[in-house]
Design a protein around this ligand. Sequence first.
Ligand SMILES: O=C(O)c1ccc[n+]([C@@H]2O[C@H](COP(=O)([O-])O)[C@@H](O)[C@H]2O)c1
Ligand SMILES: Cc1cc2nc[nH]c2cc1C
Length: 336
Amino acid sequence: MTKNDLKIEILHKINNKTKPPGSLGQIEEIALQVGMAQKTEVPKVDKPQALVFGADHGVCAEGVNPFPQKVTELMMANFSAGGAAMNVFCRSNDIPLQIVNLGIVNPEAKWPNVLDKTIAAGTKNLRREPAMSMIECERAMAVGEQLARDAVATGCNLLIIGEMGIGNTTSASALLSALTAQSAEFTVGPGTGASPEQIETKITVINEALKRCQSTDPLTILAEVGGFEIAAMVGVLLTAEDLGCVVMVDGFISTAAALVAFKHQPSARDYWLFSHASAEPAHQLMIIELDAKPILNLSLHLGEGTGAALAYPLVKCAVAMLNEMATFQSAGIITE
Ligand SMILES: O=C(O)c1ccc[n+]([C@@H]2O[C@H](COP(=O)([O-])O)[C@@H](O)[C@H]2O)c1
Ligand SMILES: Cc1cc2nc[nH]c2cc1C
């Protein structure tokens, strides 16, 4: 069956359900997108897998973040113990959660239930030099790709991505600026609660990084101003198309990863669901650039994959609608 034939078939199925046409709004669009991604009119999202990537950022040396860098490590311990918001939401919605350490400043730190895929003890300071070498960036992307492949090989039919890394809103804003030629004044925001002075510093830091990094290649830009956890998410997002697996994108930082992946491989975008509109103001600019339609709008700005874990039940309902809801014919409802 061609792609277009499948689309017509799924739309026909949705339109014959016992409801006025289009009355389930975006739920109908989600059902269509998941069916198209899985190349079937009977898709499944009953085996989700959340992958949350943690890493530290050298740019913290510039004082761009209100919370101390050490919080990345402390939060890894919190994830390990099951106490973070993402642990709670995943447990509530029966989503298996894998935390992955891509490289925090303390190389000694190890935790139960946290996969150690350390690339280096945090990135370099992107104000002064490339955050990663191209080799490090490719290695981090390969971690994401391999985990996505392993998950799908063991039956996963929906991936959720999230991140944790103090300082990573500066990377996300820098990626947005570099990829869309928008000045840092428009792409920088409060992150975890930056003061007006810290926001000014973020803008200066990004402007200096952009002066150094003149490349237009998305993966070079990723290495220059991104982070290990962002690169790992890019790896997952780029693999989705090959796997025919939907990836649920979370907030500001994971959408920055989506922007990198989209600029590198535009066709992969059809495999991503945007779970929510982040309260970080420049997320809106990313959403416009990606022509995305976030599912939720709850003023979230935590990251970790929390928005995606919260939106997952709606995706489940969209698929259940497609698979289980009666049609006018099966319910015996005659309309003419
Ligand atoms: O996902 C979002 O929309 C979001 C918006 C602002 C902050 N965060 C989280 O906050 C951390 C980065 O914030 P900052 O201020 O240290 O750059 C990082 O761990 C992110 O997960 C996440
Ligand atoms: C406590 C805390 C938890 C987080 N989770 C994701 N980003 C975070 C940032 C902070 C500061």
